[in-house]
Design a protein around this ligand. Structure first.
Ligand code: SF4
Length: 858
């Protein structure tokens, strides 16, 4: 089987992948981002490329249509809206999943031909605060760091970044560097103790949004101790005095940290020359995200810890092509190629180059405002590309209602059933990863090729082609006559050449003669370039700016809800949710709650928690853990209305945004929490996909079919009918056990001696091994054994999945510890866990520590 050299479609690390049409997936040993490594999500890519659930034909009002009909309608509706209500009445909402070529065409159509800037993207939710902070400090949106800097640093400070789960291969690179140089220090700053904290020498459990007070405190400490680099700031930085004065006005107590913790951190930072500060959503997704970014940049600028190997601030992006989107102007306040939308000379260069009839002159609607404009009836035609805002935006219930109000909604997507597609009039089938060709830019400015190794399924077409065909139907055919992605990339590089006289960081000249087909991963402007090495920045005077930032006054709600991500899922699970292996790790929405708070609201393990705000409510399983501080809750954002009933956590979050970047504050919603008083709880394992309508439900794939966690507030009454209905099996032999003393019900449905459904229900949370029950579907295990919830003796229950690559469960890990495996390496030798992608190593280490404590106490 020949393998194609391509790039992972998930996070901003941008790992190289060798992929085959038979589903073979390997890390690319030659890719400089990962040198052959992959995380659990990347390693499971082969399990997500099937056509199950794919959108294979255009659909108009739910009915299959041919491309001409669908595209004619899209062009006609957009043209009519523009003619009647003006260009500001239409909008595109795009995605960091798009390839650079797709993004370029979408941006060109909206800004240069429709003449509005109403194109924003889910990258607004990811790193808009970093973009704004970079521009304030450097004059450009420049990410100066490289992955090699992480390996050369003596101190890595991770702020609001659970790298172990969200950028696992970078985490592995840091872990390997620390193994090789144990003197390297790692400080993890996060309100929550995460898998990343386990690698750190110090975890600072900061108060939510305490980052400005912390970095202001650091700056003041260094200014007072004579630790600033005056030679550097005198020559290269403005705004030093103002930033220091603001820093001194901050109260370090606002960090929530103890004086000795602050002193130790400040002293370590001040005395270490090579410091890299990595930050991601914990910094960006905040009502003061841009100020947080600048508080961090201030410390690096004030000490000259930038522009040199092993130093610098480093914003790591969530999406695979968030950086590419930034480069081609895929945000509502940017022009293409790092040119400024509010600069007439820049606009003229772009308009001349595009030979376009118009060019937008003012910023368009940014994500949250865009959907608010939909709610107000201002948007008459909306095109959502490759993303799912009805789930991922804050106040997601209102966003869904807002989309439903738009007179004409078109989506282009790879999947047919999504929460957003359910609201659209026209669905356009797009090619997905493995089927499309183009480029992506990772967090260290490295442009890599995504290459097709599969044919386009059904009638699916690449996004750039769909956009170009609509543009042609709107009368702009000459400007969108691309034949292939290479044509678009060449135009993007040529536009960069046309703007070469405008001082910017973006310089694509290295790609001018690139052989697109053979392009190798390359950083712009050159692989060996180091930004700011000579102290020159991009403000008109060539200097950087330190920004005076003021720590916010922090509200103290009863509970602060922090949202984030799981190790083995990606965004709204449209692809990762297809993999039974990945779904086995944390298969249900959950909310982490501190043990004291759990006592306070009367919650026990297994209870469901109702999290509520003025925007909505969501139900999630209680995960009681000291990893979250008292007064805080954490919930992952992945679950959709397709996968849960009442489990969409963004129905609770508030549409509050950073005033500079307009990025939503998704990590600090003021909420209440209480135990959901269910009358019954249920667990169902079955062969066919269920569609439960119970008050609470969460479904997930398993290796043998599907599983459902359920609960309800009303007595069920007829459990036999309910079991048949939930499992979608009106026929088959039924075995039922009831226990009047406990009120529990156990039920098996068998067809020709094979188990096709098992249901366990109880007035209390169901205690049964999910792994063991799921494993019995499709077997001829005797009903009496199955209803006892016991694995056959020759198939011991592995327990909840820890290692997704080799499906190693918790029970297997604990058994290996009991047999004498006393290190993560030894656990790997005994069980294979952690020996492929390594993403589970932090969990293995935690399990090992717990088990050893228990053994020592016995
Ligand atoms: Fe993909 Fe994992 Fe690499 Fe991110 S770290 S690019 S998800 S393989």
């Amino acid at each position: 089987m020949s393998l194609t050299r391509t790039t992972c479609p998930y996070c901003g690390v941008g790992c190289g992948v060798l992929a085959g049409a038979d589903g073979t997936i390997k890390g690319d040993p030659e890719h400089p981002a990962n040198f052959g490594r992959l995380c659990s999500k990347g390693a499971a890519l082969g399990e997500t490329i099937d056509l199950d659930g794919r959108l294979l034909h255009p659909k108009v009002n739910g009915v299959d249509a041919d491309w001409d009909t669908a595209l004619d309608l899209v062009a006609q509706k957009f043209t009519a809206a523009i003619a009647e209500h003006g260009p500001e009445s239409v909008a595109f909402y795009a995605s960091g999943q798009l390839l650079t070529e797709d993004y370029y065409v979408a941006n060109k159509l909206m800004k240069g031909f429709i003449g509005a800037a109403n194109i924003d993207t889910n990258s607004r939710l990811c790193m808009a605060s970093s973009v704004a902070g970079h521009k304030r400090a450097f004059g450009t949106d420049t990410v100066p760091g490289t992955y090699a800097d992480l390996e050369q640093a003596d101190l890595i400070v991770l702020v609001g970044s659970n790298l172990a789960w969200c950028h696992p291969v970078l985490y592995q690179r840091i872990a390997a560097a620390k193994d090789a140089r144990p003197d390297m220090r790692i400080v993890n700053i996060d309100p929550r103790r995460t898998a990343t904290s386990d690698l750190a020498d110090t975890h600072l459990q900061i108060a939510p949004d305490g980052d400005i007070a912390l970095f202001n405190g650091l700056l003041a400490h260094m200014a007072d101790g004579g630790k600033l680099d005056a030679a550097f700031t005198d020559n290269h930085v403005n705004g030093v005095a103002g930033a220091i004065a603001a820093a001194r006005a901050s109260n370090p107590a606002d960090t929530g940290l103890l004086p000795h913790e602050l002193n130790a951190f400040f002293t370590l930072w001040a005395r270490t020359e090579k410091v890299v500060t990595i930050y991601s959503q914990g910094v960006n997704q905040s009502g003061c995200g841009t100020d947080k970014v600048n508080a961090i940049l201030n410390c690096h600028l004030a000490t000259g810890r930038i522009g040199r190997a092993g130093t610098g601030p480093f914003s790591v992006t969530g999406q695979p092509n968030a950086m590419g989107g930034r480069e081609v102007g895929g945000l509502a306040n940017m022009l293409a190629n790092h040119l400024e939308l509010d600069n007439a000379a820049h606009r003229q260069v772009v308009q001349d180059f595009w030979d376009s009839p118009t060019i937008c002159t003012q910023p368009g609607l940014k994500a949250v405002d865009l959907f608010e404009a939909c709610a107000k009836g201002q948007i008459k035609a909306l095109w959502v590309m490759s993303t799912n805002p009805a789930v991922s935006l804050p106040d997601a219930g209102r966003v869904a209602a807002a989309i439903a109000k738009v007179p004409f909604v078109v989506t282009s997507d790879i999947m047919e059933k999504t929460d957003t597609n359910d609201l659209a009039h026209v669905l356009l089938p797009a090619t997905g990863w493995g089927e499309k060709d183009g480029t992506v830019t990772n967090s260290e400015r490295r442009i890599s090729r995504q290459r097709a190794f599969l044919p386009a399924p059904g009638r699916a077409r690449p996004d750039w082609e769909i956009l170009s065909d609509v543009a042609a139907r709107m009368g702009f055919g000459d400007a969108f006559a691309y034949q292939k992605p290479a044509d678009i990339f060449a135009e993007y590089v040529a536009l960069d050449g046309a703007a070469a006289h405008i001082a910017r960081d973006l310089d694509l000249s290295i790609f001018a003669d690139a052989d697109y087909a053979k392009m190798i991963p390359t950083q712009w402007p050159r692989n060996d370039h180091r930004f700011f090495a000579d102290g020159t920045f991009y403000h008109p005077d060539g200097k950087a700016r330190m920004i005076a930032v003021i720590a916010p006054v922090l509200a103290k709600p009863r509970f602060t809800l922090n949202t984030g991500r799981n190790r083995d899922q990606w965004h709204t699970m449209m692809r990762t949710g297809k993999s039974a292996r990945l779904s086995a790790h944390l298969a249900e929405p959950y909310v982490e709650i501190n043990p004291q708070d759990a006592v306070g609201i009367g919650a026990a393990h297994g209870d469901l928690i109702e999290v509520q705000s003025k925007h909505g409510r969501a139900l999630s399983r209680a995960l009681i853990t000291p990893r979250v501080a008292k007064g805080q809750l954490f919930a992952p954002m992945h679950w959709t209305r397709q996968r849960t009933r009442h489990g969409v956590i963004n129905t609770v979050t508030a549409p509050l945004t950073d005033p500079v970047s307009d990025q939503p504050a998704l990590k600090s919603a003021a909420v209440s929490a209480r135990v959901y008083r269910a009358k019954w709880y249920g667990f169902l394992a079955c062969k066919d996909e269920p569609t439960p309508q119970t008050p609470y439900a969460a479904i997930a794939r398993t290796k043998t079919g599907w599983q459902v966690e359920m609960a309800g507030e009303q007595d069920v009454g007829d459990w036999e009918a309910q079991g048949r209905s939930l499992s979608g099996q009106p026929g088959g032999d039924l075995s039922v056990q009831t226990d009047p003393a406990t009120g529990s019900v156990r039920m098996a449905i068998m067809n020709n001696g094979v188990i096709t459904a098992l249901l366990f229900a109880s007035p209390k949370p169901v205690v049964v091994s999910r792994t063991a029950i799921n494993a019995m579907i499709g077997t001829n295990t005797p009903a009496i054994l199955a209803l006892a919830g016991r694995s056959p003796s020759d198939q011991p229950d592995a327990g909840a999945t820890v290692c997704a690559c080799f499906s190693v469960g918790r029970n297997s890990v604990l058994a290996a510890v009991a047999r004498g495996a006393h290190s993560v390496t030894a656990l790997g030798d005994a069980t294979c866990a952690g020996t492929n992608c390594g993403s589970c190593k932090p969990e293995l280490a935690a399990l090992l520590a717990q088990a050893q404590l228990r053994l020592a106490a016995e």
